[in-house]
Design a protein around this ligand. Structure first.
Ligand code: ATP
Ligand code: MG
Length: 430
């Protein structure tokens, strides 16, 4: 008899890895609570038409990735129905918002979810057929402030905080605006015109997209097409004044809060009800599947599935990819030495050697920099070799209190010299 195995693209999660999943979920719940989000749990399967109408017929998800079946009627009172395992959770949340008339409360709804999603994709590292998403939606009638750029900025600031608290270092926030549906229609035509000459030099998918939905050319991952895509007109030049101001207000609030971001002109969503802000957080350690999370504004979604006007914004993060990132970070940390000593100026070199001797004699692995290095160079060298950097300047020498930075968490701590060896012995990253 052949042995039965977990279905292709699905996995068993076993201890000790499950402890990491629990830690991620607990951290997410803690952060969501601080921002006044409440949990929503929607069914794992829904009527197929919900996804067709919300995610959109021409997306990869709906056109080829959904697990759909005909549910036979079991009694005369029942109807046969086409059902689908949810490929994402925004559609279910907005359906529930409409079904339970949450808009009639007049309050902004701030809802988060954690749970499995299903897509029939080609399985590879970071891409599975059953995967878990942690996501949230902020949705409500216009009078609740749901359209305000402050909502966008607050969600992005929350995500930056969440990733930091999870201990994920080195993420990049990409942000763009796709404007109003009129802006997008205009941009689609601008792209279509630009692609007439260019598309024949591109991949077959792009040749098709250039005709059916030019916007999606920007999503192309084929390396040879990238230089061509870089020359295409940018959507920002097709935005109306209101959309431009909305985006400017989002970035101004991010600047004020000190959240770093980069403008990415290629970040678009191909669907009609997506409006204005789109964003993605990526991480270099993930390889080809480098998106940790994606999201954006969907001011027209509720109406597209038969509900009242209810502007909203949300995101979904791939929990599997968070786990992979944290595991890779932990493995990299484990290979590093305990500390790198950076003397600030050549006059401190002798004192740095004395400190290195002290720590090495205490059994720690230590790399000694040089006072002639600029601080930036010391930090780069230290980050490659060690879990922490110890800064030794004139002040530190006089006071006997050293500045230590942990690379995994980015936190800086003042440590008395007598306690330094003990401090550096801790694994770090916490
Ligand atoms: P990708 O470009 O990687 O296919 P996507 O645009 O299909 O991503 P979304 O639908 O926006 O992704 O989903 C949000 C997040 O969910 C992604 O950023 C990713 O982290 C995660 N995700 C999506 N599909 C999968 C999958 N098949 N396996 C694991 N995680 C996934
Ligand atoms: Mg995908």
């Amino acid at each position: 008899m052949s042995t039965l195995k977990a279905v292709r693209g699905t996995r068993d999660l076993l201890p000790p890895e499950t402890a990491l999943w629990t830690r991620i979920e607990e951290t997410a719940r803690r952060v969501f609570a601080r921002y006044n989000f409440g949990e929503i749990r929607t069914p794992v399967f829904e009527d197929t038409s919900l996804f067709a109408r919300s995610v959109g017929e021409e997306t990869d998800i709906v056109s080829k990735e959904m697990y759909t079946w005909e549910d036979r009627a079991r009694a005369a009172s029942e109807k046969a129905q086409s059902l689908t395992l949810r490929p994402e959770n925004t559609a279910g949340v907005v359906r529930a918002y409409i079904e339970h008339k949450l808009g009639e409360t007049g309050q902004l709804q701030k809802l988060f979810y954690i749970g499995p999603q299903f897509r029939r994709e080609r399985p590879q590292k970071g891409r599975y057929r059953q995967f878990s998403q942690i996501g949230a939606e902020v949705i409500g009638p216009q009078s609740s402030g749901s359209e305000s750029p402050l909502r966008d900025a607050e969600i992005l600031e929350m995500l930056a905080t969440l990733l930091d608290e999870l201990g994920i270092s080195g993420w990049t926030l990409h942000i763009n605006s796709v404007g109003s549906s009129a802006d997008r229609a205009h941009y689609n035509e601008v792209l279509r015109a630009a692609l007439v000459d260019l598309a024949p030099k591109m991949c077959v998918d792009c040749q098709r997209r250039a005709v059916t939905n030019p916007l999606r050319v920007l999503d192309c991952k084929v390396p040879e097409d990238q230089p061509i895509i870089e020359t295409l007109p940018k959507i920002v030049d097709s935005l109306d004044e209101e959309s431009k101001q909305h985006l400017a207000a989002v970035t101004a609030a991010l600047d004020a809060a000190g959240v770093p971001y980069t403008r990415n002109h290629r970040l678009v969503r191909g669907l009609d009800y997506y409006t204005r802000t789109t964003f993605e957080f990526t991480h270099g350690g993930l390889g080809a599947q480098n998106a940790l999370l994606g999201g954006g504004r969907y001011d027209g979604l509720s109406e597209a599935i038969g509900g009242p006007k209810a502007p909203g914004i949300g995101f979904a993060m791939g929990e599997d990819r968070l786990v992979l990132t944290l595991q890779a970070q932990e493995a990299a940390q484990a290979e590093k030495i305990d500390a790198y000593i950076a003397p600030l100026g050549e006059s401190l070199n002798p004192a740095a050697l004395a400190l290195a001797r002290e720590l090495r004699r205490a059994g720690l692995s230590v790399e000694l920099g040089d006072g002639s290095f600029r601080l930036k160079k010391s930090f780069e060298a230290a980050d490659k070799a060690a879990r922490r950097i110890v800064i030794l300047g004139e002040d530190e020498l006089q006071s006997g209190i050293l500045t230590v930075k942990d690379f995994a968490t980015g936190t800086q701590t003042k440590v008395p010299r007598a306690e330094l060896a003990e401090f550096l012995r801790k694994p770090g990253g916490e």
